[in-house]
Ligand binder design. Structure first.
Ligand SMILES: [Zn+2]
Length: 51
């Protein structure tokens, strides 16, 4: 399991692999932080942890 914490709202995101985690991060940024114009690069820069 791969996890990452949103640096803006501290919501914890979990996924089976990095690709899925990126997709969840992208969806989270678009849904919750659409006004921040978060780029793919910013999402990839968020630290990912193994669990
Ligand atoms: Zn967030």
């Amino acid at each position: 399991m791969r996890t990452a914490q949103c640096p803006l709202c501290q919501e914890q995101l979990e996924a089976e692999n990095d690709d899925e985690l990126f997709a969840k991060g992208r969806a989270h940024a678009d849904a919750k932080h659409a006004d921040q114009n978060i780029s793919d690069e910013q999402i990839r820069a968020v630290p990912v942890q193994d669990k």
